[in-house]
Design a protein around this ligand. Structure first.
Ligand SMILES: *Cc1c(COP(=O)(O)O)cnc(C)c1O
Length: 229
């Protein structure tokens, strides 16, 4: 089996096992993170069963889109600048990385012009790590309340990127904090928060145990480690 199909099968198996351990018993969607990957590798992933791809830069995605098209769903997982919103809306069905009210307002405005209703997630910097994109947990509620009034946007969850630590257990408190924040927002009256986007190659199983619905996995799928042919 080619390396990518092999990697993907192993990950899907690990996802199933993690769901079995999760008290949430949730459905988990795999976002194959294809940033920096050549189109050939992405097509190999799609051949092997990838349904959603995640890109972190609008320009890079725009270059690949004509060669891949809508046979997969495209999700934006990286920071979005206001001047790229229009382009982003033409490519992505879901934006995981909405990290300010101003950005949400601009997405709403452009979506209105284009007649689109994009799904968005709020990126929250639950760890408070300096230099990371994402709203502080304190701002999540007021920002979510204001976004709920925007006509075009479907605010459907929260996303986080914990500080990198090779030990996946180090991510657990951050994943749990995001899950608790989602519950808190829902209790306070923010409806429709269905999804948590959390977990990457090194910690996705812990994220699933803590309730993740989208895991964003790149290197574990696309690395050809151990295959030098
Ligand atoms: C690159 C990236 C990932 C995937 O990281 P891997 O460690 O390669 O799995 C996930 N989320 C975001 C936001 C990324 O930029």
């Amino acid at each position: 089996m080619p390396a990518i199909a092999d990697n993907l099968a192993a990950i899907q198996n690990r996802i199933r096992n993690a769901i079995a351990r999760s008290k949430y018993q949730q459905k988990v969607h795999l976002v194959a993170v294809t940033k920096t990957q050549p189109v050939q590798a992405i097509l190999e992933g799609i051949q092997a069963g990838v349904k959603i791809i995640g890109e972190n830069r609008v320009q890079e995605a725009a270059g690949k889109f004509p060669l891949i098209g809508n046979q997969v769903q495209w999700h934006l997982i990286g920071h979005l600048q206001s001047n790229k919103v229009k382009k982003a809306l033409s490519l992505f069905e879901m934006i995981h990385s909405v990290d300010s009210l101003e950005l949400a307002r601009e997405i709403d405005r452009q979506a209105g012009i284009l007649g689109k209703c994009p799904s968005i997630l709020l990126q929250v910097n639950v760890s408070g790590e300096a230099g990371k994109f994402g709203l502080s947990p304190q701002l999540a509620l007021p920002v979510a309340e204001q976004i709920s009034a925007f006509k075009q946007l479907k605010l459907c969850g929260l996303m986080t990127i914990p500080p990198f630590n090779a030990d996946p257990e180090a991510s657990r408190p951050h994943f749990r904090a995001l899950s608790e924040l989602k519950e808190q927002l829902t209790r306070t009256g923010i409806l429709g928060l269905k999804y948590l986007s959390m977990g990457m190659s090194h910690d996705f199983e812990v994220a699933i145990e803590e309730g993740a619905h989208f895991v964003r996995i790149g290197s574990a799928i696309f690395s050809r480690k151990g295959n030098t042919c």
